[in-house]
Design a protein around this ligand. Structure first.
Ligand code: AMP
Length: 182
């Protein structure tokens, strides 16, 4: 399947909801992609394929849609999965970072023993917009000594500059579908 055919197929399964959660935001809802067996499988395969021959120790998924995709990616790569969660959700000793997102500010956390120093980690989320969330996640992983091998997203909103921001941090970025605007 060509990448433009894959783009078209995935794009058709993503639902757009205007003015959610705030006026002016076009919310790209991937629950419709996840609910489509063929699209879900193809999206996960496409995220995994560039890393298939590399040694990967862990996949780190960003709450919450990054858990669904990241879990599937980790299973396919036969590596561990670690969650990056919103503040206050993880029970053990944590590292915390503040970050800005397209519609607000927040804090996220990881367990301090979730990754070991030198482990090779792939970061996964559903969508990259301004890149604030993913930037925070990369900083958390690096704080723990992980090597962030790649960051993978189903959807890119390139006008918001997030993918470029991550590349400027020396993180290779893989995205499957781009949408114009916010
Ligand atoms: P950002 O930090 O600006 O890159 O925002 C990325 C995070 O916010 C991801 O976890 C997305 O799930 C969510 N997000 C931001 N903008 C949108 C959007 N337009 N549609 C759906 N999710 C979004």
């Amino acid at each position: 399947m060509t990448s433009s055919a894959l783009q078209a197929e995935l794009r058709a399964t993503i639902r757009t909801i205007p003015d959610y959660p705030k006026p002016g935001i076009l919310f790209r809802d991937i629950t419709t992609l996840l609910g489509n067996a063929q699209a879900f499988r193809r999206a996960v395969d496409a995220l995994v394929s560039p890393c298939a021959s590399e040694k990967i120790d862990k996949v780190a998924g960003i709450e919450a849609r990054g858990f669904i995709l990241g879990g599937a990616v980790a299973h396919q790569l036969s590596c561990g999965f670690v969650p990056i969660r919103k503040k206050g959700k993880l029970p053990f000793k944590r590292v915390t970072i503040g970050y800005s997102l397209e519609y607000g500010i927040d804090e996220m956390e990881m367990h301090e023993d979730a990754v070991a120093r030198g482990e090779r980690v792939i970061l996964v989320d559903d969508l990259i917009a301004t890149g604030g969330t993913a930037e925070g996640a990369v900083k958390l992983l690096r704080q723990l000594g992980a090597e962030v091998v790649a960051a993978c997203f189903v959807v890119d909103l390139p006008e918001l500059g997030g993918a470029a921001k991550l590349r400027a941090m020396n993180v290779p970025v893989r995205t499957l579908v781009s949408f114009e605007g916010h």
